[in-house]
Design a protein around this ligand. Structure first.
Ligand code: OAD
Length: 246
């Protein structure tokens, strides 16, 4: 339970103008969505090689499609959490702000985030596995529909072994390196290149905050590690900024 933000936070944030937030599956855990590596996480019981690689899709497109359809249904039913909403407040407080999310569930947009990049794609979009053309998204079919080129449609997410969307990633690197405040929220910090963004921020002189109930490799680098759930930790950080009249 976090009762108040450590004094170091309002001091670091006092005159900061540029804030970057990186989120991972932990922020959506409070919306009821499973993480990947936390307790009950996807990769604890499923091999990512069978569900989240181009090879897996080539081998069994129906299985991969069905798994993403199922996750999409879960995401549709979920509601943004207080952590998602607190990030929208930060966007209003800091004149320069960027949210970088590894999440594909669309909950940040539904909470109202605007200045954001999705570096692992979005589960509600689809594209052709062969020609890359975007589809209408949200196809309800049980198996992947076909593109006009004849190829199969796939979810527009980044799979293991694939490159991240170049423009989103470039923005993420650039703004991380310029950040004065960088918050890493609900990410295990194990997947590259996302895991290096907080370090780029730190090297650029940012004050690095980590919010995670568990320690991660990022913890050693953080100026402030808050071992708590995203919702409650973000609330106390926002309260401290409000108390400064921001
Ligand atoms: P992980 O599942 O690896 O990590 C989730 C983190 O959230 C863990 O460190 C948990 O301790 C933490 N956590 C759990 N509940 C939390 C809460 N209520 N508040 C704050 N933190 C909480 O998820 P990611 O770091 O997002 O990639 O994983 C990165 C990437 O690996 C994902 O984007 C996905 C996955 O394979 C692709 O699909 C390309």
């Amino acid at each position: 339970m976090v009762e108040a933000a450590p004094a170091i936070w309002p001091k670091a944030a006092a005159r900061a103008r540029r804030c970057v937030v990186l989120t991972g599956a932990g922020i959506s855990a409070e919306s009821g969505l499973a993480t990947f590596r936390g307790p009950g996480g996807w990769w604890r019981n499923h091999d990512p090689q069978t569900l989240a690689t181009p090879q897996a899709f080539r081998k069994n497109p129906g299985l991969v499609w069905e798994w993403y359809q199922w996750r999409r249904e879960q995401a549709k039913r979920a509601e943004p959490s207080s952590g998602h909403r607190a990030i929208v407040v930060l966007e209003d407080i800091f004149p320069e702000f960027l949210l970088i999310t590894q999440n594909v569930d669309g909950l940040h947009q539904r909470a109202g985030s605007r200045r954001m990049v999705e570096i692992h794609g979005n589960i509600f979009r689809e594209k052709c596995f062969d020609c890359g053309q975007s589809g209408p998204g949200c196809s309800e079919t049980k198996s992947p529909p076909r593109c006009s080129c004849g190829g199969l449609m796939r979810p527009d997410v980044v799979w293991f072994g694939e490159a991240l969307p170049a423009e989103a990633l470039e923005t993420a690197w650039r703004e991380s390196a310029r950040a004065e405040i960088f918050l890493a929220v609900g990410t295990s910090g194990l997947v590259q290149p996302a895991a290096s963004l907080p370090l780029a921020a730190k090297q650029g002189g940012a004050f690095l905050v980590e919010i995670n109930p568990e320690p991660t490799p990022l913890s050693n680098w953080a100026d402030l590690s808050i071992r708590a759930k995203a919702g409650e930790a973000m609330a106390v950080l926002v309260d401290a900024l409000r108390a400064q009249g921001r």
